[in-house]
Design a protein around this ligand. Structure first.
Ligand code: GUN
Length: 281
């Protein structure tokens, strides 16, 4: 049976590390780090994500600011707000919650964020630095996965790592981080002709496809490390990942549960990035 990677516990540890840094700043009478979150539109999931981000900020002692817009917000209104936050010395990190309302070009908005405050690491400048192995900010999910691997002393040097999914937010930066750690990396996606061929030879599988039940136990080798980034709903409406937990846990050496695996780490790494932005500021 696999060791369950406890993302909730590691995330709590990260939060307490950040909280003790903030306490030191506070005791020294220094300014407290501040995260600004832009929420545009009425996407219910986004509202939950933003509420959780603010809750995390409060827990570690950060200041958080939320700037809300209705569904009919214009691109120029968003760009104006971002320009103001870029220029505001009291703001360390800026995050624009995605997706944005219809008609607004996500790329234009994300590119308007000052790369020094790009705590999501979605700006092409941040992506370029990751590509060159000199990151300033790491996207929160891949950074959280690397931290989990470190916490459980899972070494990836020379290992066959198979990533499923090629998103800008998870799959592509994850590949870069693993390459930087000297792993051998394969990125599979919707056009991969034989997914099981790749997963069967993987020492580490990172599933970030957004498809429930995509990876089953018969598709992995004994002792594989299974990192499940999926956030899906099963037929009963329960949260589940991309991997069939029961069958994969029979064969894996380590496995992340959903919920309680990667998800809490994504939230925790945003705090680390905000602290990094503050320290660079
Ligand atoms: N929407 C879903 N996840 C995220 C995230 O990590 N960052 C932002 N900005 N939007 C999201």
């Amino acid at each position: 049976m696999a060791t369950i990677i406890d993302g909730k516990a590691v995330a709590a540890k990260v939060r307490s590390e950040v909280a003790s840094e903030v306490a030191k700043l506070s005791q020294a009478g220094k300014r407290i780090p501040c995260l600004a979150v832009i929420l545009a539109g009425d996407n219910k999931a986004s509202e939950v994500y933003v509420r959780n981000k603010k809750k995390d900020c409060a827990e570690v002692g950060f200041v958080s600011r939320e700037i809300d817009f209705d569904n009919d917000v214009t691109e120029s209104e968003l760009l104006k707000t971002i320009a103001e936050l870029n220029a505001d010395d009291g703001v360390d990190g800026i995050l624009c919650q995605l997706p944005l309302p219809k008609g607004i070009d996500e790329n234009t908005v994300l590119r308007a964020i000052d790369p020094c405050k790009d705590v999501d690491a979605f700006h092409p400048y941040s992506a370029g630095l990751i590509m060159q192995g000199q990151p300033e900010f790491l996207p929160c999910t891949p950074a959280g996965i690397m931290r989990l691997l470190d916490e459980y002393a899972i070494d990836v040097i020379g290992k066959e790592c198979v990533i499923i999914g090629r998103s800008n937010i998870v799959g592509k930066p994850m590949a870069q981080l693993l390459i930087a750690r000297s792993a051998t990396v394969t990125v599979c996606h919707t056009k991969t002709s034989d997914l099981a061929f790749h997963t069967k030879r993987a020492d580490v599988i990172i599933a970030a496809a957004g498809k429930a039940g995509l990876v089953s136990g018969d598709m992995i080798k004994d002792g594989a490390v299974v990192i499940d980034v999926g956030m899906n709903r099963d037929a009963n409406g329960a949260l589940c990942g991309d991997c069939d937990y029961e069958s994969c846990a029979q064969k894996a050496s380590f496995i992340t549960p959903v919920p309680g695996g990667v998800g809490p780490m994504t939230r925790a790494m945003l705090l680390i990035n905000t602290m990094t932005a503050y320290n660079k500021h």
